[in-house]
Design a protein around this ligand. Structure first.
Ligand SMILES: *Cc1c(COP(=O)(O)O)cnc(C)c1O
Length: 386
């Protein structure tokens, strides 16, 4: 089966990880620091903090912005559940903004409309989490303008978008946001096995995120009490977590970062070939906003169900039986049983639900061969034309 996503691990990557295994420190140490500095430079952000998962990065981002009970957080329903769960972890109320039918990202007109109503009801969000779906940036300039007008903070969920660009900046520069997070899960653009990153230009937020990454504990050298106590002394000043990454993982991340531009370039070539060769089929190709340069985490087509006389389920199953590991991104978060218990209902976000019924993710990853891609294209044509 050709999977929809797969990590690419080189001999160089393995060598970098082995070196850490032979060294003194294997948990968070100098390699993690080097990884953080290199990521910050790559994205032109002032601070980067490496953590255990993208989900931990989202949780820490919310905590750093003081999201808590009584606060409201908005995100897109077309995302992985983690984008919404992070707000719930903090005790906040979560709500969703419907998607744009062309990009499948959070819709800016829908956001503006919802803000107007929320202001009247005195229910404005404290934080909005735009998700750069499939690696294509949201319209960050417009979202930032609304944040200035309505006073919310912005966390970019860029789990899909490491290596992508918006206008003239790398995603992660935080030019139009307070914080950006990345995931380093093996299915994403590059990996550290498991891992996540939090980027910000704010020294205050960076400090808080570092503190909360390790139990809310400050070490002796950061404390004035250390003089009267001793070198063993530490102090827990806030309730934090253990969201550290290990140097073993950071070594893989640092090594993969050297390959990142190559990963994205190859993904562009593969996406371009799909665009060219699928153009005549009864489906909608993924539209690209010219302000963005996607990292192409996912290649998602929308089936023209009426024309093909087959449900998405049948198309999915026929392709799977032919060895094509197609997938679906995403089941709208508000339709998940746990979210329905919070009061959300099917029908709440029409564009997202309509999109979901027709969406199909085709395999796209760095090591996908030309022969494999030919097989995918031919199989899809066969399934849709018969
Ligand atoms: C993968 C993903 C996450 C979570 O990242 P993990 O590293 O798996 O915890 C968050 N948001 C989105 C949009 C994702 O795709």
């Amino acid at each position: 089966m050709i999977p929809y996503a797969r990590q690419s691990v080189s001999e160089e990557d393995i060598k970098a990880v082995s070196e850490v295994l032979r060294s003194e420190l294997i948990t968070q140490g100098p390699v993690t620091e080097a990884f953080e500095e290199t990521v910050a430079q790559y994205c032109s952000a002032r601070y980067a903090i490496a953590v255990s998962h993208g989900t931990a990065a989202l949780h820490l981002a919310c905590l750093a912005l003081d999201v808590g009970a009584g606060d409201i957080v908005w995100t897109s329903p077309n995302t992985f559940v983690a984008s919404a769960n992070c707000a719930v972890y903090c005790g906040a109320k979560i709500d969703f903004v419907d998607i744009d039918p062309a990009t499948y990202n959070l819709s800016v007109p829908a956001l503006e409309q919802k803000l107007i109503e929320a202001r009247k009801a005195q229910q404005l969000p404290k934080v909005v989490i735009p998700v750069h779906f499939a690696g294509q940036s949201c319209d960050m300039k417009a979202i930032k303008t609304l944040s200035d007008e309505y006073g919310f903070s912005i966390i970019e969920d860029a789990a899909h978008a490491l290596g992508g660009q918006y206008l003239h900046n790398k995603i992660g520069s935080c030019q139009y946001s307070d914080i950006t997070i990345f995931s380093l899960h093996p299915a994403k653009i590059m990996t550290s096995g498991e891992g996540g990153l939090v980027l910000t230009n704010s020294q205050k937020l960076a400090r808080k995120i570092r503190l909360l990454r390790t139990h809310g504990i400050e070490k002796y050298h950061e404390l004035k009490e250390a003089a009267t106590e001793g070198e063993w002394y530490y102090q827990q000043s806030r309730l934090g977590y253990n969201y550290r990454i290990s140097d073993i993982q950071a070594a893989l991340g640092l090594s993969q970062l050297k390959r990142l531009d190559g990963f994205v370039k190859k993904r562009h070539e593969l996406a371009q070939r799909y665009n060219n060769e699928l153009a005549g089929l009864p489906l909608m190709l993924p539209w690209q906003n010219p302000d963005t340069r996607s990292s192409w985490h996912l290649y998602v087509i929308r089936l023209n169900i009426h024309e093909i006389n087959k449900t998405r389920k049948v198309v999915f199953e026929q392709l799977r039986s032919m060895g094509i590991g197609v997938h679906v991104h995403y089941i709208p978060v508000h339709t998940q049983p746990w979210y329905q218990k919070l009061g959300f209902q099917t029908g709440d976000y029409i564009e997202c639900e309509r999109y979901y019924k027709e969406a199909l993710t085709l395999p796209l990853f760095f090591d996908l061969t030309s022969e494999e891609q030919t097989k995918i294209i031919d199989s899809l044509a066969e399934v849709l034309n018969h």
